[in-house]
Design a protein. Structure first.
Ligand code: SF4
Length: 182
């Protein structure tokens, strides 16, 4: 049987969801029998997101132009896209900056009002991606097929979500163990 092409993507998140994925420990060896990791910040050096990905776990909210470009490409090239963790599902912590009302007040607060010395706004076009005016969850930008909340989702929840997919079945995202936030 052909292996499933699995990707994981890191948008605006703290990487805690990916750390929880690594907490799968020995089950990672079992997983490796069934999947090829074709793109991931923790398992692949590929710079460009490949075509024909079967399953992708997306960590983090959409907060800047780079996130936006990547998630659109991911959607185009992926059969099953999973919002992986609370930041992807609700925008969570990265969206706290939305309370300031846009990019300009956020940058002013961080770099002018709270800066210690040589206070100035960053301006590195083409190097530092432009912030979006508002941070949003993944499903506001592209269609999401499955939501896996948690901050981060536990390794048990990740396994219970991914394992049925390996058998061609849909995971049942019900009950406290599978859909509790936080
Ligand atoms: Fe980090 Fe929690 Fe967001 Fe995952 S959901 S990226 S653990 S803040």
């Amino acid at each position: 049987m052909a292996k499933i092409k699995l990707a994981t993507v890191w948008l605006a998140g703290c990487s805690g969801c990916h750390m929880s994925f690594l907490d799968l420990d020995e089950w990672l060896l079992e997983l490796a029998k069934h999947v090829d990791v074709v793109y991931s910040p923790v398992g692949s050096d590929l710079k460009d997101y490949p075509e024909n990905v079967d399953v992708c776990l997306v960590e983090g909210a959409v907060a800047n132009e780079e996130n936006l470009e990547l998630i659109r490409k991911v959607r185009e090239r992926t059969k099953l896209l999973i919002s992986f963790g609370d930041c992807a599902v609700t925008a969570n912590v990265p969206a706290m900056r939305n309370m300031l009302g846009g990019t300009e007040p956020v940058l002013k607060r961080c770099y002018l009002e709270l800066g210690d010395a040589n206070n100035q706004l960053p301006n590195f076009p083409g190097i530092v991606p432009e912030l979006l005016d508002r941070v949003c969850p993944v499903h506001e930008v592209v269609q999401v097929d499955l939501f896996m909340p948690g901050c981060p989702p536990s390794a048990d929840r990740i396994q219970a979500t991914v394992e049925p997919l390996l058998r061609g079945e849909q995971p049942v995202m019900e009950g406290r163990e599978m859909i509790k936030f936080g």
